[in-house]
Design a protein around this ligand. Structure first.
Ligand code: ADP
Ligand code: ZN
Ligand code: ZN
Length: 758
């Protein structure tokens, strides 16, 4: 007789514990750690789903006190027990329920209904649709008219918008579909994205630096040392070739590899490089795949059908049995941090998973995060450097900074500075390509009243609405939409207008200034269409346009050999974010943008337009001087007690009831204050007695106060920040807070989320 410890799939703080069940005779052998099972639960013995997290021979309960597992779910792929262990660790380390942690690592989620995204679009030319609409009865065919008008305005609409906001019924959709006026499209995703055999790529001969980097990792591995390496090399220095060499080594030694690439850089180009070299040993994960398709990839990994998994953050949990290496490309990317509890960082989890299974971790970047670079200084990571671009002729671009304040003095009101305009003109004449980069989306920024100064805000969130094409105002937090009013809602003035500038406006201005230029625009709007992203990039790569205008999407990891000019239109936009790492983000973005110019043999030029030409993040980005930036930024973090020098925990307390949120925030604050007071009077707690220097000092508490966005979707948000040099101190405080805030808060509709820095 054996027993299984399970976590029940019912949300609720008080259920977040392990329950013991008997494994009946006929299920023995089928119930394994990580399996998904059905168990009777509660008074009525309702059948619920549960996850097996341990199996034991003995139990502290007698057999008749225990219920039996009823069935093993055939859809659940049992993960390795070390993934369950990893979930425990994530729960402890980042603060979440066990169920949340389990659901993060388990390949199958509770709801297996495929996420099918559908949209509705016109099947006939607009003219014809208008003609058809004109023949409809305004009363009897009101729904059809509503739908057609919306489609004529917007081109296409998500299915849910049509049935929801537009109140158009399924029968109306079907009827218009049958008449051939509209069609419903489904986002088809791919199971096996490319059919290609491996070994087609001619492998390059690694240069000295590349070989030394690869040899360091392989050499350590041969000696049984599994470290964390930071491969720091400018764009085009051949990091990917080093990854491939390492993967090759792992395959030769019969081990498996996980390659994380930010979703945004997971393009056809990147994926194809891996397929060409390793063929069907590779699989990819992609957010556009359905749950079922992703699940298939995990099953293939578990069965040993594939050896390499390429994907975004979630690929970390691929159930490989002989994992040898985890590669994290562009490790500085913000998308490696989870936005949901547990708010884990991919690097931290990779490190843990690797240490559990004897694997190595290689982080790669042209602009390493301060977090990683700092860890190289104190020896926690090993630094591997590639100092030159791999292709001989490819030189780093020359960069100029243009002060936008002086443009105004010169009487130039265009968003394009005189110098950038001149260079654009040259490119057009020579038939070379240019990229214009703007860190914004939408037609223009927020809308405000020029009489009373009031900005139009979302009624559910504490943020300004953004103006989109066709006079739509959209909340980027909750999706609320409304029409741009003719008059100011607070004073009635007619002078309301959009401020700031967006990609659409830039496109219009460039088109006016360069009427003969062929322009492509890439932002969240133009890529919403299926395959929009790839279509725009390949059109540009094929030379179908002279100028590509876009948001951050265009600066990540694309190779455009014919691009010789990159213009950054307003470099300081990202400097004004209220986060402590705004300078770091700005530096990274600018350096990446500059790296887009002159990737091939043609020399590249970059123009950075800014109102803050003297800011070090802009100066250092222009000089492509990472070390210089690091030298300026680190003392600032040190002085203000920010990461990476200090660890920081952010508590987010949210509730529909503002008072409840405030009470909970105050209770948390009081607990932390008591902890700090005790530390001050008695010295460091026993478990931290070995701490010396700054680490021996008590933690710091900031808050409670309103979160930077104090309300989203009618939910009030309070926050607390706690800092200490020793991250373990924060985890201990988190444990204390967790026992304070439990099911009582949940009942009162308050949720507490933890976010601990790396
Ligand atoms: P990164 O990943 O650092 O941006 P890549 O690995 O993509 O750099 O390399 C940039 C370009 O240089 C690619 O076209 C690649 O094929 C080429 N390359 C890299 N290493 C070498 C090498 N040792 N010899 C010749 N070409 C190389
Ligand atoms: Zn909103
Ligand atoms: Zn007003």
């Amino acid at each position: 007789m054996r027993y299984a410890g399970v976590v029940v799939d019912i949300s609720g703080g008080k259920l977040d514990r392990v329950f013991t069940y008997r494994i009946p005779e006929h299920l023995q052998g089928q119930v394994t750690v990580g399996a998904q099972v059905k168990v009777p639960f509660g008074k009525g013995d309702r059948l619920v789903t549960a996850f097996v997290i341990e199996i034991t021979e003995k139990s502290t309960y007698s057999d008749d006190e225990l219920k039996e597992i009823r069935e093993v779910s055939p859809r659940g792929v049992a993960v390795e027990s070390h993934l369950i262990e990893l979930a425990w660790w994530m729960k402890e380390e980042y603060g979440s329920s066990m169920l949340q942690a389990l659901k993060t690592v388990l390949p199958v989620k509770k709801t297996v209904a495929p996420v099918r995204r559908r949209r509705i679009c016109l099947q006939v030319p607009e003219e014809e649709a208008r003609h058809f609409a004109a023949g409809l009865h305004p009363g009897r065919n009101a729904a059809q008219l509503r739908l057609l008008e919306a489609l004529l305005a917007d081109g296409y609409l998500p299915y849910e918008t049509v049935t929801g906001r537009l109140h158009v019924g399924v029968s109306t959709i079907r009827s218009l579909g049958d008449k051939g006026v509209i069609r419903v499209e489904e986002e088809t995703s791919y199971r096996n994205p490319v059919q290609i055999k491996g070994g087609e790529a001619g492998t390059v001969q690694l240069n000295d630096e590349q070989r030394r980097a690869a040899e360091t990792v392989c050499g350590d591995d041969r000696r049984g040392v599994h470290g964390i390496y930071l491969l720091y090399g400018v764009t085009g220095s051949g990091k990917t070739e080093v990854y491939m060499e390492l993967i090759d080594y792992m395959l030769r030694t019969h081990r498996q590899v996980i390659v994380l690439i930010p979703e945004i850089a997971l393009t056809y180009q990147t994926v194809m490089r891996f397929y060409r070299r390793f063929g069907d040993k590779v699989s990819i994960l992609h957010s556009r795949m359905s749950e079922g398709e992703r699940y298939d990839q995990f099953v293939r990994a578990k069965k040993g059908e594939i050896q390499i998994m390429v994907g975004p953050r979630s690929a970390l949990f691929t159930p490989f049995t002989h994992l040898g290496l985890i590669i994290i490309d562009e490790e500085q990317e913000a998308s490696y941090k989870s936005e949901l509890s547990p708010r884990y960082h991919a690097v931290g989890v990779a490190q843990k998973r690797a240490s559990m299974t004897g694997a190595s971790v290689v982080l790669g970047s042209a602009t390493p995060s301060l977090d990683s670079f700092y860890r190289c200084q104190d020896g926690r990571y090993k630094l591997l450097k590639l100092s030159r671009r791999a292709v001989k002729e490819a030189r780093l671009p020359s960069v100029e900074i243009v002060d936008l304040k002086e443009e105004l003095v010169k009487g130039n009101k265009s968003i394009i500075s005189l110098r950038l305009g001149e260079l654009l003109d040259q490119r057009l004449k020579k038939g070379e390509q240019s990229i214009l980069f703007l860190n914004r989306r939408g037609f223009s920024g927020f809308v405000s009243c020029r009489s009373c100064g009031e900005a139009l805000k979302c009624p559910h969130c504490d943020v300004s609405l953004t103006l989109h094409r066709g006079g739509r105002l959209v909340c980027h937090y909750c999706g609320y939409e409304t029409k741009l009013p003719r008059t100011c809602p607070s004073c009635g003035s007619r002078y309301i207008a959009g401020f700031g500038i967006g990609t659409q406006k830039v496109e219009a201005m460039v088109a006016e200034q360069f009427p003969n230029a062929r322009i492509l625009r890439m932002d969240a709007d133009t890529t919403a269409r299926k395959g929009g992203h790839e279509a725009i990039l390949s059109a540009f790569a094929d030379g179908k346009a002279d100028i590509l205008i876009g948001t951050q999407m265009i600066v990540k990891g694309h190779d455009f050999p014919r691009v010789t000019l990159v213009g950054v239109l307003a470099a300081d936009l990202s400097l004004h974010s209220p986060s402590y790492d705004a300078a770091e983000r700005t530096f990274q973005l600018l350096t990446q943008a500059a790296g887009r110019a002159g990737r091939d043999v043609l020399p590249g030029q970059v123009v950075i337009q800014t109102y803050s030409p003297e800011h070090y993040s802009i100066r250092m980005a222009a000089a492509q001087d990472y070390d210089g930036f690091y030298a300026e930024e680190l003392p600032y973090r040190q002085m203000l007690h920010y990461p990476p020098v200090y660890a920081m925990m952010t508590l987010l307390i949210s509730s529909r009831d503002e008072q409840a949120a405030e009470r909970a925030a105050r209770a948390c604050g009081n607990l932390v204050e008591r902890y700090i007071d005790r530390w001050k009077t008695d010295g460091a707690p026993l478990s931290f007695r070995e701490n010396t220097g700054a680490a021996a000092r008590e933690p710091e508490l900031i808050g409670p106060c309103d979160a930077p966005v104090s309300r989203i979707n009618d939910i009030y948000r309070k926050t607390l920040y706690i800092r200490h040099v020793d991250r373990r101190v924060l985890v201990t405080i988190k444990d204390g807070l967790e026992s304070l805030t439990g099911w009582r808060e949940e009942k009162a509709g308050v949720s507490v989320q933890y976010d601990i820095s790396r």
